[in-house]
Design a protein around this ligand. Structure first.
Ligand code: PMP
Ligand code: GLN
Length: 380
């Protein structure tokens, strides 16, 4: 019998959360909040489950949700998309990524990925037969040098994946960097797959969607996720928007991945997206306060924390904090000896990783953050 072997790794999130489950450690590894989520959205999902259809919704998503997504981006980001032909609802951003990558890449096509990178990108590109080319952001500011992009582009470059705000660094690309990316995409007909799931979770400047830059409408696929916007990571309701031709091609792969997404969750997300601006402001204020609490606690305990003003993550620099351990050893020892789970930054590299940085998720209640800091202070 032929061995069946996909060549795919076990994700770092699964590995580190398994340690948390086995040991009862505080889990600041995998990114998920410990709050139950917005009550009205949960109730609306429960109501829809009991009172509305639980049969297959339309393949591209409930019309009500597609309209809500289009309205949401018109209101928040000033971009105009046709709900019926340019919005596709997916089972989480992960499925949107898979559908887009499988639709766009043919075997041998090259995809440019930016390290440190979200862990799903490279395995999906490879399973599509694509070739991964990486460029890197440099700590502590994690800026992108457009010259690196120039050096990575070849005649076979088909796609660049741009995650903004960036997980795991917690930083954002500024308009100048996005413009530099757009210029290359336009010059070489490269499609930008923009993973913008963290677009609302940012505490500094406004989010600039790459798809809004001149010349990028036909070249960009923009991906979002209700899991991040409403802090309901288990829901796996995501979407993509792109111009009609591109959205239509990606919808074809979506048909054969999941076809559709649970209707009651789609109803509830449609309602949530219409929340007033103030809701989004207070959501951000809540997470900003948690970030500040963890960062202040860690700094007082002698850790050097890298600047981060988006996502649910901050990073500590072990070497700068006077700790001689590499990130994997530190994360394993801290999990087992101190009872705090983190994610080693090297998990977000394809090769030759940076090994002195560890990522922590601060989307936790105050008592959990304080206890984690206490344990980490005692451990160091
Ligand atoms: N992209 C990024 C950058 C993420 O951080 C995540 C999840 N944390 C995802 C995609 C996956 O989102 P979803 O759970 O909606 O599939
Ligand atoms: N995106 C989450 C994180 O960065 C994890 C998602 C997952 O476990 N697949 O922690």
């Amino acid at each position: 019998m032929n061995p069946i072997y996909s060549g795919l790794p076990t994700t770092i999130f699964e590995k580190m959360s398994a340690i948390a489950r086995e040991t009862g450690a505080i889990n600041l590894g995998q990114g998920f909040p410990d709050a139950p989520g917005p009550r009205d959205i949960l109730e609306s999902a429960a109501d829809a489950l009991l009172t509305l259809s639980n049969q297959y919704p339309p393949m591209a998503g409930l019309p009500e949700l597609r309209r809500a997504i289009a309205d949401h981006y018109r209101r928040h980001q000033g971009i105009d998309f046709d709900a019926a032909s340019e919005v596709v609802v997916t089972s989480g951003a992960t499925e949107a990524l898979a559908a887009a990558i499988f639709a766009i890449l043919s075997p041998g096509d090259e995809a440019i990925l930016i390290e440190p990178l979200y862990d799903a990108y490279a395995p999906l590109v490879r399973r599509a037969g694509g070739v991964v080319r990486t460029i890197r952001l440099q700590p502590p500011t994690w800026r992108l040098d457009p010259a690196d992009l120039d050096a990575a582009i070849t005649a076979r470059t088909r796609l660049i994946i741009v995650n903004n705000p960036v997980n795991p660094t917690g930083t954002m690309f500024d308009r100048e960097t996005l413009t530099a990316i757009a210029e290359r995409c336009i010059a070489d007909g490269i499609i930008a797959l923009c993973d913008e799931v963290w677009e609302h979770v940012r505490f500094g400047p406004d989010h600039v969607p790459l798809i809004a830059l001149p010349g990028m409408r036909e070249l960009t696929v923009k991906i979002g996720s209700a899991g991040k916007i409403f802090a309901l990571t288990g829901w796996k309701v995501g979407w993509l928007i792109a111009d009609k031709a591109l959205a239509g091609v990606i919808a074809k792969t979506h048909q054969f991945l999941t076809f559709t997404t649970p209707p009651n969750l789609q109803w509830a997300v449609a309602e949530g997206l219409a929340k007033p601006d103030g809701w989004f402001d207070s959501m951000r204020a809540g997470f900003a306060a948690s970030r500040d609490r963890l960062v202040d606690g860690l700094r007082t305990a002698g850790f050097v924390v890298l600047p981060a003003d988006a996502t649910w993550f901050v990073s500590i620099d072990l070497a700068a904090s006077g700790l001689a351990l590499d990130d994997v050893t530190f994360a394993e020892r801290m999990a087992h000896e101190a009872g705090v789970v983190s994610i080693p930054m090297s998990a977000f590299y394809e090769s030759d990783p940076i090994t002195s940085i560890v990522r922590l998720c601060y989307a936790k209640d105050d008592a959990t953050i304080d206890e984690a800091v206490r344990r980490m202070a005692a451990f160091r």
